[in-house]
Write a new protein. Structure first.
Ligand code: GH3
Ligand code: MG
Ligand code: MG
Ligand code: MG
Length: 297
């Protein structure tokens, strides 16, 4: 397993040496000797945990903590204050700023190691839970929550330059009949294969496929204009047909097919992200009415 990376911040090099000696057997350590440097190193290293001195010339530990907690990327990194200040007021202030713990110097090595280990364990569990909250358990794709979060983020990001964003919604054809004929377990297997094929069709790092609901999937395609997204939807339909999953209860083919709706719009601050979903859903409905195994947009 990867060794956790710990950032030690203290304006006194001797303190950094003491703390490094306590932790370096089990952790990677990096350090900073001022508040300004702490913020730079934190952004560059993305440490798993930060041990932060309070009293430093320039910006102090409290201000560093405030800035870390205001930074979207670094806000979740646990901060433990390490300080010679023993008074309760100082400790409360640190904890209220979002620090996870507070230890007074000189630190007992066994105590520091134990606290660091516990906080790293808790951070790992929080990260796992956060990941589970946006993951679909059956297919491993992102779930609907993931879709809503990412769509809002991408739409906001692209709004700055008014760029295009497309959404495709796909729905497996006659899937109720598939379950009725082959059984629910085989239905699950089919959804997993469709999900994997869809995921393989996402060629750019910012293209995302999610499981939107039961047998419905969605793709967020930042930067794709309408005709490109239509082309992509058609190629996804071809890929899924090519899986050749037998479906003898389907009216339209002897194998599993999907139907897709496509929506494209230029991102603008005032355009609600939900608009893409509503529009793609409407197109999906039209494509179903047009006979299925087809794309509408
Ligand atoms: P259409 O072609 O119009 O889309 O018809 P359909 O039968 O696919 O649509 P309908 O909405 O009637 O049925 C969807 C089915 O998907 C019903 C539901 O039991 C099934 N389903 C939803 N989630 C799961 C799942 O996780 N596993 C399995 N095996 N089936 C699921
Ligand atoms: Mg100091
Ligand atoms: Mg459906
Ligand atoms: Mg369906």
């Amino acid at each position: 397993m990867r060794r956790p990376n710990i950032l030690i911040v203290d304006d006194e090099v001797s303190n950094i040496e003491i703390i490094s000696a306590i932790l370096e057997d089990d952790h990677e350590v990096c350090f900073a000797t001022s508040g300004e440097e702490a913020l730079q190193v934190a952004r560059a290293e993305l440490p798993d945990l930060i041990l932060l001195d309070v009293l430093m010339p320039g910006i102090d530990g409290y201000e560093v903590c405030r800035q870390l907690k205001a930074d979207a990327v670094l806000a979740d990194v646990p901060v433990i204050f390490t300080t010679a200040l023993g008074d309760q007021e100082a400790e409360v202030k640190g904890l209220e700023l979002g620090a996870i713990d507070y230890v007074t110097k000189p630190v007992a090595p066994v105590i520091l190691r134990a606290r660091v280990r516990n906080h790293l364990d808790m951070k790992r569990m929080r990260d796992e839970l956060a990941e589970l909250a946006v993951t679909d358990a059956l297919t491993g794709l992102g779930n609907r929550r993931c879709l809503e979060t990412r769509l809002a983020q991408e739409a906001a990001r692209l709004a700055a330059r008014g760029e295009m964003l497309s959404v495709i919604i796909l729905d497996v054809d006659f899937f109720k009949r598939f379950n009725d004929l082959y059984g629910h377990a085989e239905g699950d297997r089919c959804l997993t294969m469709v999900a994997a094929a869809l995921n393989r069709a996402m060629h750019r790092s910012n293209h995302l496929a999610v499981r939107y609901g039961g047998e419905e999937f969605a793709c967020i395609l930042p930067g794709l204009a309408h005709e490109e997204a239509m082309e992509m939807a058609r190629s996804i339909l071809t890929r899924i047909q090519a899986l050749g999953i037998p479906h003898s209860a389907s009216d339209i083919a002897p194998h599993v097919t999907v139907t897709a709706g496509v929506a494209t719009a230029a991102c603008r601050a005032e355009v609600e992200p939900q608009r893409w979903i509503v529009a793609a859903d409407r197109q999906l409905y039209a494509a179903k009415a047009a006979g299925r195994n087809t794309v509408s947009g």
